[in-house]
Write a new protein. Structure first.
Length: 275
């Protein structure tokens, strides 16, 4: 059984496109937006460091002098889009270790991520009998904690779910599906466009709320040539990424109401005050 997992974080940005969150916060780009006194990407790296299951950490999209993470990370320059960032992260992990093994992929805007959430996700994926796993959170769980989050939900027979931007999969599978899933990455915020690409039978099931998790697993194999499926996570923090200024305000409000959250108590680098 694999005990430790290398990870890459997509923290890049489009220099030709204004990001609403970074503009609202007055930051150069979203990964640098401050939460509880430190950049958002810093908190994600700290969550990985808090987990007992993480090995090497790769950050795609930030220069070494932009954030003092206080832990060892490997930097990869900014890429032109999310697909290229993911590809660069995979390549860097293969450069560090060419062995085929399970690796973790995540984004820099899962602002409330903790080491415990990461450990819970990995444990839920074990005994690692599939090639790829991705985290999802039930709509009811999200609305109970963040009623105004306005996440994008996929309605299934089992309920409606949003993505948590946590992925665990074999390195080889990541490379194999890169070209196959590019359309879905580009249209990740448009559920209807994603389902339409999957064909008329799937579209009909979706419209009549007959699409189930078993269908998603079958589609993953048919479209991306992978064996894998969703993992339901019981915590809303796993699904609360920061894509809009109002979501940033909600996350900051959440941290004010929950002083015990690790984001409020993590040890800052020497000399770092409130941002």
């Amino acid at each position: 059984m694999q005990e430790r997992f290398d990870a890459f974080i997509t923290a890049g940005y489009d220099p030709d496109k204004l990001d609403q969150v970074s503009v609202a916060a007055g930051a150069a780009h979203k990964s640098l937006v401050p939460l509880a006194g430190m950049p958002m990407a810093w908190h994600v790296v700290q969550a990985l460091a808090e987990s007992g299951r993480i090995g090497e950490i790769v950050v795609v999209g930030l220069e070494p002098d932009e954030i003092d993470f206080g832990v060892a990370v490997h930097h990869v320059p900014n890429q032109p889009n999310l697909w290229a960032s993911q590809n660069a992260g995979l390549r860097k992990l293969r450069e560090l270790n060419p062995d085929d093994r399970y690796i973790l992929a995540l984004s820099a805007d899962i602002a409330l991520l903790t080491g415990n959430i990461i450990d819970t996700f990995i444990k839920a994926c074990e005994p690692l009998t599939s090639e790829v796993y991705w985290g999802v959170v039930h709509k009811d769980v999200m609305l109970a904690a963040f009623p105004d989050s306005k996440r994008t939900y996929l309605p299934l027979r089992e309920g409606s779910f949003c993505s948590s931007d946590l992925y665990l999969g074999k390195l080889s599978a990541g490379f194999r599906i890169q070209e196959r899933v590019r359309y879905f990455i580009d249209n990740r915020k448009n559920v209807l466009a994603q389902v339409w690409k999957l064909g008329l039978p799937t579209m009909v099931k979706f419209l009549f709320r007959r699409l189930g998790m078993a269908d998603i697993v079958e589609l993953a194999y048919r479209i991306a040539d992978i064996h894998g499926g969703p993992v339901v996570l019981p915590v809303a923090e796993a699904g609360m990424d920061v894509d809009k200024p109002e979501q940033l305000l909600q996350v900051r409000s959440y941290l004010e109401r929950h002083p015990e959250h690790p984001a409020n108590t993590r040890r800052r680098p020497a000399g770092q005050g409130e941002v």
